[in-house]
Design a protein around this ligand. Sequence first.
Ligand code: SF4
Length: 469
Amino acid sequence: MRYHIWTLGCQMNVADTQRLASELERLGHHAAGPGDADILVINTCVVRQSAEDKAYGRLRELAQIKRDDPGKVIGLMGCLVGVRDPLRLREKLPQVDVFLPPSDPAPMVAFLSERAAEGEARAQDAAARAARDHLQDFADEAPGAILLPEGERGMLVSAHVPVVYGCSHACTFCIIPYRRGVEQSRPVGEIVGHVRSLARQGVREVTLLGQIVDRYGKDVPDGPDLSALLRLVHDAAEQEGIQRIRFLTSHPNWMTNELLDTVAELPRVMPQIEVPVQAGSDEVLARMRRGYTVAQYRELIARIRARIPGVAIHCDVIVGFPGETDAQFQETYDLLAELKLDKVHLARYSPRPHTVSARTMPDDVPAEEKKRRHAALEALQEQVVAAINREYLGQTVEVLVEDQVKGKWRGRTPQNKLVFFSDDSRDWRGQLAQVQVTWTGPWSMQARLAGAERQALEHRVLDERRDPG
Ligand code: SF4
């Protein structure tokens, strides 16, 4: 059978979709467009009302598809399902055959296996054997190994690897602990097996994921922490040809100096830190139950910059949290203007079911005012990042090339800055290119090949001119 998975939401959902696709590939099913697929899955996000509305929109379409062809298999996955029994959803969504909790493909595997007629089971076994062989000399298939869909093997350059599932924090606005459960670290062997399997299918960059990735191993007595995990993944990366390692999302309370020093020491771990602040006012942070103050966040940013040379810092901010006054918003604005961070993911507060803020705090900042505050921070960040990127003009940077867009190669610097350059002398996908920055804007940069590659290119052009034959 052929399958299609729609993925909404965060990087963790992208990784969960990849895990489900891998299980389907092992069963001998193959990826296809939505129009050709027999198995249709939507992987959902509910972090804001708009994301949940999008999921229900797709579910209405799937109801019609199911009416037209009852043989189709419809799956619903992710945070709309959550970790609790989706009894209420089953009644509400009769078009759905299989409900999959976040990060758990097992119900779909069980459903398809049960459904498979004897004949098909034999076909599955043969396909599964073929799929296993593809993983080259993985003795008996390492735990955690992933099998990419055919179309991504040798094409996908950057992939996500979950290391901690769920979250045991209780920020008052956040629905994640209710839908993904308490934090659970993945065994090291599974993570390393996952990384190796990706490398053998052409992936050259991995991003380790967790809601609070710095809490890796905290739920395992004497378990390795994130620093130790980074060292083990770094070893595997050196052996398997993974060029770059990133991790997200951090939390100010769990970023140790040891972790920062490990990032600075390991050459394949990139100088980029993702650590949300959420607000620039201590009163708002207290009502969010984030567990730190603005002064502590400011001190952390200084520590990160002191310990990791050339580091880029990304963060998240929510505007319009219940009770946020103009003055408190101005504190957020002033903090971002002061810290000059490389990227700020902005969100407008959206009350989520069952969260403390939705139950106990009126959503009293008008939608128009949330919009104004969001736009003000967006405009500020555009100026801040434009100024940061201008510093790169004329510099030679190393770019890991991800793909080609409109004839230009697209890649990222170690600081995760987007760079485009032109060259038709070779296929740069998955390669590291030395390029010289020729133009900068707030969201991307243009460049040209630098150094030896540039000279080689110029010689080739001259040779061709001399001897067009
Ligand atoms: S740290 Fe807070 S915001 Fe992040 S996932 Fe956990 S509860 Fe949600």
